[in-house]
Ligand binder design. Sequence first.
Ligand SMILES: C[S@@+](CC[C@H](N)C(=O)[O-])C[C@H]1O[C@@H](n2cnc3c(N)ncnc32)[C@H](O)[C@@H]1O
Length: 414
Amino acid sequence: MVVPRMRPRSAMGMAGSRDRGTHRGRRSRHPHWSARMTSNLDDWRAHAAALADRLTEQGTITDPAWRQVVAAVPRHVFVPEFYSDDDPPELLTASDPRWLGLAYADDTLVTQRMEHPDQPGFAWSTSSSTRPSLMLRMLHILDVRDGIAVLEIGTGTGYNSGLLSERLGSEHVTTVDIDPALTDAARLRLADAGYAPSVAAYDGPRGYPPRAPYDRIIATVATEHVPVPWVEQTRPGGVILADIRPRGMTWAGALARLTVAADGTASGPLVSCTWGFMSTRRDAARPGIPEGVAIDATTVHTRTSEIGSEALHTPGLALLIWQRLPGINAFPGPDGTEITTPDGSWVKAPKTTPAKVEHGGPADIWKEVEQAHTWWTDHGSPDVETFGLTIGPNGQRLWHETPDGTSWAAPCQL
Ligand SMILES: C[S@@+](CC[C@H](N)C(=O)[O-])C[C@H]1O[C@@H](n2cnc3c(N)ncnc32)[C@H](O)[C@@H]1O
């Protein structure tokens, strides 16, 4: 039988110092702007200022320059339509009285949905404007400074590249997305809002060589490893901020903040990020969901384990389980979680312990979960932020506490 692909729980899509005075000239960069406003949009500035204040009050924005940026960038221009949270989702446009308020809410707004050709009848989110608090948190972590060149992977609506353009000046910003329809639309919206960063339709894991080198690369789409071209296209001392996350177990990821060294290696800590991004698409015409796995459930083995399915959902431990089971695909249910691996091995683990675990296929992959659990408890149940990643001559290594300490091959799925 072929296990259906999971529906990820959190496929969302999910921070500088001096003000360069970019806001001062903002009105003159697009004098047509206020004239184009219809009366119900006249108060967008109040909405944007309220969002900036809220992010400041909650501690997400700590730099006044970023507060001004959020207050100055018209998010509604980048989300002329988006899907509601209703089931089924409704496409909201400016004619809906909820639209303007939602455009300035601290929420992810799904702007594109797509069926997988092999899986008709269910649409996956394939683009969105990420929740502003996550975006601003990332922009702070990225340590954006005047005069630097930034590459964003995952243009989407263009809102985040609008924030970067407002902060740095458009000439310092490059953004790429695999979907040309999105980059075309984003370029126009950015122009409407008064910005002209370099926007290209390009497969993000390849970076964007024509504008390299960069001082910062920020990925607003999840990958299962840090692509080597990002390291090669970042100047020594530059920073890469990437959402590293398994396609099939989206809650297990984290942000990797890597600093590139003069010798071409990159290393740095993981930063906890419960709400991750949607996974990269390998093809603009298909959502970036995990591949289906054929499993044979005719022979079922049963055994008792001290570990239940909660292990798969425990931050830190889930990372180690992913490292041991790259390509893991997890299907949470009300009583437990089923997992598969690309070789056709599968486990059905209940929440309760001792757990009566059912498994089949070529390997007893629950043993890997148990071994990861043993290491994790022996080391004081470490959280995600005690781990880090290094990319160097030995490939990608996931390490604990220090790059020179205990490390494992990172769970790369190329
Ligand atoms: C969460 S959205 C990005 C949000 C965006 N930064 C914004 O401000 O609206 C993720 C984006 O990554 C893009 N993406 C997916 N796979 C990609 C790939 N291989 N290369 C580049 N972009 C990709 C999607 O098309 C989608 O627009």
